[in-house]
Ligand binder design. Structure first.
Ligand SMILES: C[S@@+](CC[C@H](N)C(=O)[O-])C[C@H]1O[C@@H](n2cnc3c(N)ncnc32)[C@H](O)[C@@H]1O
Length: 286
């Protein structure tokens, strides 16, 4: 494996994110350096020629690394991400440190999601917004004594599925077309000691439900060109009164998603923008 790296000013972060973290790409890590003025962009490539092609376009450095050294190469632990009063997402994997965090945050579920070769460590705007909506939905289900289930389309590290399970969802399923993401998600499920989450490899374009046929909440943090043609399918597997959270939409692609969602007849509950990313929250008629 080869890693292409480049230092850049923080003001270009959006442009790097768009280039290397858009379209569901999972092999990049963008990390702010101490002082906050610079970032380091690392892109992990299976073949040297991919790294060379990036270097040709953007300059930067290339180094060869062994796959198994990923943990050593991973960036230092990120700041914990706090969601409402119910979740804390950390990159820590050390059980002692996780116990310390749990003592400091007794009301929060602590989720350990170390940086790996899959998207979704919680610090991307599209994921954080989904986590907030999930935390709010979980609270309302708890207050109303409702049992609920979740489907996570394009699960990446499995973070949203794990969060839902810790927040009280009874049946949780997630899938991703990237076999690395599926492996990472399964590892994170074990690491976070959560049960009843089914993770499998599938492409949303070909996916159809197998065991369970309807879900109370569906999260789909996917690019607009994946969401638009599959919105009808997601709507069909949503329970009456169920919630659909669509994220990962670049603001310039929002209109296409809005009109596809309108055709399903769902009610829009929220339309949130963070930087150039949009998250839409819908509810199916009861
Ligand atoms: C933006 S990431 C979201 C990851 C995680 N759910 C989160 O919210 O942080 C999108 C994920 O969807 C996966 N993906 C993209 N297109 C897909 C498709 N057609 N079918 C299934 N998974 C897909 C990618 O591999 C990636 O892991």
């Amino acid at each position: 494996m080869h890693v292409w790296s480049k230092l850049s000013s923080t003001k270009w972060r959006d442009a790097w994110e768009e280039r290397f973290l858009g379209l569901g790409q999972t092999n990049a890590v963008i990390q702010e350096l101490p002082g906050g003025k610079s970032i380091r962009v690392d892109v992990y490539c299976k073949h040297e020629k991919e790294a060379l092609a990036i270097a040709e376009q953007f300059g930067g450095r290339i180094r060869k690394v062994k796959n198994e050294n990923w943990a050593a190469m991973a960036p230092p632990i990120r700041k914990p991400i706090i969601i409402r009063d119910s979740l804390l997402v950390t990159g820590e994997a050390d059980p002692k440190k996780i116990t310390q965090l749990a003592k400091l945050h007794p009301s929060r579920q602590i989720l350990s999601i170390p940086a790996e070769l899959a998207f979704g460590t919680g610090d991307h705007a599209t994921t954080t917004t989904c986590l907030r909506i999930l935390a709010d939905l979980a609270k309302s289900h708890r207050q109303n004594n409702h049992e609920w289930s979740l489907l996570d389309a394009g699960t990446g590290t499995g973070l949203l599925a794990i969060a839902a399970s810790r927040l009280g969802a009874l049946a949780v399923e997630g899938f991703d077309f990237d076999p690395t993401a599926v492996r990472v998600a399964r590892r994170n499920i074990k690491r976070n000691k959560v049960q009843s989450i089914d993770i499998y490899e599938a492409d949303l374009f070909k996916w159809s439900p197998s065991k369970k046929t309807h879900w109370d909440v569906i999260t789909a943090n996917l690019f607009a060109d994946v969401l638009i043609p599959n919105l009808g399918k997601l709507h069909d597997v949503l329970s009456p009164g169920g919630h659909l959270v669509l994220s990962g939409i670049l603001s310039e692609h929002k209109e296409g998603v809005l009109s596809a969602a309108e055709k399903t007849g769902m009610q829009q509950l929220a339309n949130m923008r963070k930087g150039k990313w949009v998250t839409l929250h819908y509810q199916k008629a009861g």
